[in-house]
Design a protein around this ligand. Structure first.
Ligand SMILES: CC(=O)N[C@H]1[C@@H](OP(=O)(O)OP(=O)(O)OC[C@H]2O[C@@H](n3ccc(=O)[nH]c3=O)[C@H](O)[C@@H]2O)O[C@H](CO)[C@@H](O)[C@@H]1O[C@H](C)C(=O)N[C@@H](C)C(=O)N[C@H](CCC(=O)O)C(=O)O
Ligand SMILES: Nc1ncnc2c1ncn2[C@@H]1O[C@H](COP(=O)(O)OP(=O)(O)OP(=O)(O)O)[C@@H](O)[C@H]1O
Ligand SMILES: N[C@H](CCC[C@H](N)C(=O)O)C(=O)O
Ligand SMILES: [Mg+2]
Length: 492
């Protein structure tokens, strides 16, 4: 594509140099520049991409997009906001793939990965071709690829959408994080359906206040746009039991469908029963009603299922087919995943790394636990500090013994993170918790103490297969560590 064609939608824009050359690729990372590329300078949280413009040109970039004057031997395109420009350029460069796909975007503090996976399962069983992007991985055609971010930057996102289209996908089901919305990673996407799971405290290191956090989420619903072609009608799927939905309903120009349990909703679950085997409930919808028996545990998973049901109904999937698909789901990688190595107590690995998800996980366990509850939990370093004391309070409120440990301390001192957690425990008897910074030892301790019928929740890392300590990415998998600890304790 010619540079001048790529720049056509930008306003205001100043070009210094030739703009008639072919742009063969675009990147915002100087380490990935190839000859013929356009290099986009982004002001990051760690470094300023403008500092790498010269290096990018040395490596063959023929043009540079910047927000200031730059002296480099290549065409310099100046715009006020390079990130905003990047989203428009990415959409154009990859041929507006979202206009050829039905993008289903799921946002909310908890439940995005689970809900996207449920939607994907239903649509695929209904013979629809889908692509998926989220925390665990990205799937394009049948190819599964690693991801760095839950929602990638605009360039990678649009490239992935194009590849999905080329692989024949009709739908792209994506998790949309609040970081992505705030940073404009999904700007320029033609979103077909936007789904809201829930909003509770997290990421205040980034958003500072809950209002800002809610505002970021609202952007997805505001972005739905007006579209009155019947086959491209937009829908906002909102949680009737979460008060943030009111704002999202107000800002969206699209039609609104609600789901819920406690309040009246278009897709509503009633007679919810939670057991050790899963959940069962009746769903009343605008397309009829049905009884579901899911292997997924916990009331929170009823919400995830309802959101998926609402989306599937909008896409015309019959209720019976939805039921058949959902009832097959055993679980999602690292979400309330049991570890069974023949022991007489229960071990559950769960990706609960927020106060709300931890409380949900523990409340669910409380419903079926016959013995004591152990909770092995830590809080991420370089992330929302405010949630640390709250998560410790929740752990000690529900668990008989909480083992406070490390969960990706990153650049922080693991002991200092645990201090922040313990700061919330002034009212809690000291025999209800202990600190073991080494996560492996913490898991081994809980396993060594567990007796028949006890339940151990290992919270926070779920599917993760690493521990981030300083700049190191060390191999670590809660499930493997727990399995080894169980086998080891059986031998003693
Ligand atoms: C806070 C945040 O979102 N940071 C993202 C951001 O990193 P950054 O701003 O630190 O980037 P930087 O290192 O300062 O670099 C700035 C620019 O210089 C460029 N550069 C840098 C070095 C160099 O040698 N050459 C060069 O060109 C970089 O490519 C970049 O364009 O841009 C990076 C590249 O796109 C992202 O990978 C990175 O996500 C980091 C890994 C991250 O942890 N993000 C989290 C907070 C996040 O986004 N999480 C949400 C999920 C949250 C949820 O659970 O809801 C997500 O969607 O993943
Ligand atoms: N609807 C829900 N409401 C509250 N908690 C939930 C819900 N669904 C899942 N959880 C809890 O949150 C954890 C994370 O779930 P999931 O991975 O689906 O969420 P997510 O929004 O994708 O998280 P992330 O922001 O880290 O990508 C689960 O392990 C479970 O404990
Ligand atoms: N998407 C979340 C993941 C947190 C996972 C937890 N294990 C941690 O590292 O804090 C975040 O970036 O805050
Ligand atoms: Mg996720």
């Amino acid at each position: 594509m010619l540079l001048k064609d790529l720049l056509a939608p930008l306003l205001p824009v100043q070009v210094k140099g030739n703009d008639t050359m072919e742009i063969t690729g675009i990147t915002a990372d100087s380490r990935k520049v190839k000859p013929g590329d356009l290099f986009i300078c982004l002001r990051g949280f760690t470094v300023d991409g403008h500092a790498f413009a010269a290096k990018a040109v040395e490596q063959g970039a023929v043009a540079v997009l910047a927000d200031c004057e730059l002296e480099v031997p290549a065409t310099v395109v100046r715009v006020p906001d390079t990130r905003r420009a990047m989203a428009m350029i990415a959409d154009l460069f990859y041929g507006s793939p979202t206009r050829e796909l039905k993008v289903i975007g799921v946002t909310g503090t908890n439940g995005k990965t689970t809900t996207t996976n449920l939607i994907d399962k239903i649509l695929r069983d209904y013979q629809k071709k889908t692509g998926l992007i989220g925390t665990i991985h990205m799937r394009i055609g049948d190819q599964v690829e690693e991801v760095k971010n839950t929602t990638p930057e605009a360039l990678e996102l649009q490239r992935s959408f194009r590849r999905m289209r080329d692989a024949g996908a009709e739908y792209a089901i994506i998790e949309v994080s609040s970081h992505a919305l705030q940073m404009g990673r999904v700007r320029g996407c033609d979103v077909h359906t936007a789904v809201f799971t829930n909003l509770t405290q997290d990421h205040l290191d980034f958003h500072k206040t809950m209002d800002n956090y809610r505002f970021a989420k609202s952007l997805l619903f505001a972005q739905l746009g007006n579209e009155y072609r019947l086959d491209r009608l937009k829908t906002a799927v909102l949680n009737a039991d979460d008060s943030s939905s009111q704002l999202f309903a107000e800002v969206t120009p699209a039609r609104v469908i609600t789901y819920g349990i406690d309040r009246p909703a278009d897709v509503r679950a009633q007679q919810v029963r939670i057991s050790r085997q899963g959940t069962s409930f009746q769903v009343q919808t605008f397309a009829g009603s049905i009884t579901l028996n899911l292997r997924l545990m916990g009331k929170f998973n009823v919400y995830n299922a309802l959101a998926a049901i609402a989306v599937a109904l909008v896409e015309g999937v019959p209720l019976e087919a939805i039921k058949a698909s959902l009832e097959q789901v055993k679980g999602v990688n690292g979400r309330f995943e049991p570890v069974d190595a023949g022991q007489d107590f229960t071990v559950i690995v769960d990706y609960s790394h927020t106060p709300d998800s931890l409380e949900n996980a523990l409340m669910t366990i409380k419903e079926f636990a016959q013995g004591r509850i152990f909770c092995v939990v830590g809080c991420g370093g370089d992330r929302d500090r405010g949630k640390r004391p709250i998560m410790a309070q929740i752990a000690t409120k529900y668990a008989d013994i909480s083992v406070l440990t490390s969960d990706n301390p990153r650049s922080e001192d693991p002991e200092a993170i645990i201090d922040d957690m313990i700061a919330g425990l002034a009212q809690v008897p000291v025999d209800r918790y202990l600190r073991i910074a080494d996560r492996s030892e913490a898991i081994q301790y809980a396993v060594s103490q567990a007796k028949a019928n006890d339940v151990i929740l290992i919270a926070g890392k779920g599917h993760e297969t690493y521990q981030l300590i300083k700049d190191q990415v060390l191999p670590f998998d809660d499930r493997e560590v727990a399995r080894a600890a169980i086998k080891n304790s059986a031998r003693l």
